[in-house]
Structure formats: C-alpha cells, structure tokens
Design a protein around this ligand. Structure first.
Ligand code: HEC
Length: 174
C-alpha cells in the first residue's frame, strides 16, 4: 500500500503535483500566446506595401478620385451631352442666382436660424429687418454684421450674388 504525507486528490495526484501541473500548463499557454503574437508580427511586418495590388499607384489614384469632375468647356465646340448640360447650368438666369447663392452658403445659418440669424421664411424675424430697407440689408450682408460674416463667409462671391440672395430671403419672408 502506498502512503504519502500529502493528501491525495481524486485522480491520485498530490496537491503539490497538481499545483505544478497547473503552473506548467499556464507557462505553456503564455509561451503559446507569445509565439502566436511573434508569428503575426513577423508575417505582417514583412509585408511589402508596394507589392500589394490594392496599394498600386493606379488603385490609390482610383480611390482618391473625386466624385465629380469640373472641366472647362468651349461652348462653341461640338460637345458631348454632359458638357452641354454643364453650359446650360452655368447660364441660369440671374433670377435664380439668389436661390443658388442662398442654398450654397447662406442656408448654413439662415436655413435653421442658428446663432441668431433670422430664419428663412420667418416673417416675424425678418419684418424689422425688411423695414430697414433693402439697401441696409445689402450692406449688412456684404460687409457683415455682428455674427453675420461678410458675404456669408465667402469673399469670392460677387456683390450682385449677395444682393440676389438677400432678395431671395426677403421675398420668402414677406
Ligand atoms: C455664419 C452664419 C451666417 C451665414 C453663413 C450667413 N448669415 Fe446672414 N446673418 C447671420 C446672423 C447671425 C445674422 C443676424 C445679425 C444681427 O443682426 O446681429 C444675419 C443677418 C443677416 C441679414 C440681416 C441684416 C440686417 O441688417 O438686419 C441679412 C440680409 C443676411 N444675414 C444675409 C445673408 C446672406 C445673403 C447670406 C449668404 C450669402 C448670409 N446672410 C449668410 C448669420 C449668417
């Protein structure tokens, strides 16, 4: 009959033996994880980006391509239909310029009435301003007023476009 000073577990291992077994298992696990990490680092680290097909110059340029392209067209040259449409769009009568300018920039603040901007179509907000006369409003819009930036923040816009946008907003609030 085998006798032992330490108590036996059900499987017949002493507590010391099973503690060693657990420790060996844990060390094995850690070594396994380290090896997996090392393997993935080495296999990814040695990848050469320039050899990946998705990293080729053409593939990158295709990804960076803008959604739309703007070209200069000679209106008198024979045109493909798309170019014709572009010329037509550029030749919109000035009556629509106010709306276009408004939708391009002014609506950023006046659309929802942010930062105290009189809201588009809000008669109560516009009435006291309209009472000042269009010329005063033109000056405010072109030169700026308090939180209202000069030309809505786009100095490249023509004075006439700004005036048209003011008219557009004023008409909508009458
Ligand atoms: C960054 C926000 C912002 C943008 C963009 C903006 N506005 Fe304004 N606008 C304001 C604010 C704020 C006021 C109120 C200013 C005040 O009376 O203190 C205002 C007031 C005005 C007024 C009334 C001025 C007056 O004297 O009562 C006009 C007209 C006006 N804006 C036209 C325009 C036009 C036209 C555009 C586009 C070209 C434009 N705004 C874009 C913020 C903006």
């Amino acid at each position: 009959m085998i006798t032992s000073s330490s108590p036996r577990t059900q499987r017949g291992m002493s507590t010391v033996e099973s503690a060693i077994a657990v420790a060996v298992g844990a060390i094995g696990l850690v070594i396994g994880i380290v090896l997996i990490v090392q393997f993935s680092i080495s296999s990814y680290g040695s990848r050469d980006a320039s050899k990946e097909s998705s990293m080729s110059h053409d593939a990158i340029m295709a990804r960076l391509k803008p959604v739309g392209e703007i070209g200069m067209y000679d209106p008198n040259a024979p045109q493909p239909t798309a170019a014709k449409a572009l010329v037509v769009a550029a030749a919109v009568p000035s009556a629509n310029k106010g709306e276009a300018t408004f939708k391009g920039i002014c609506t950023g603040c006046h659309g929802a009435g942010v930062m105290g901007a009189p809201k588009f179509g809000d008669k109560a907000a516009w009435a006291p301003r309209i009472a000042k006369g269009l010329d005063v409003l033109y000056v405010s819009a072109i030169k700026g007023k308090n939180a209202m930036p000069a030309k809505g923040g786009n100095p490249a816009l023509a004075d006439d476009d700004i005036k048209a946008a003011v008219q557009y907003m004023v008409n909508a609030a009458k």
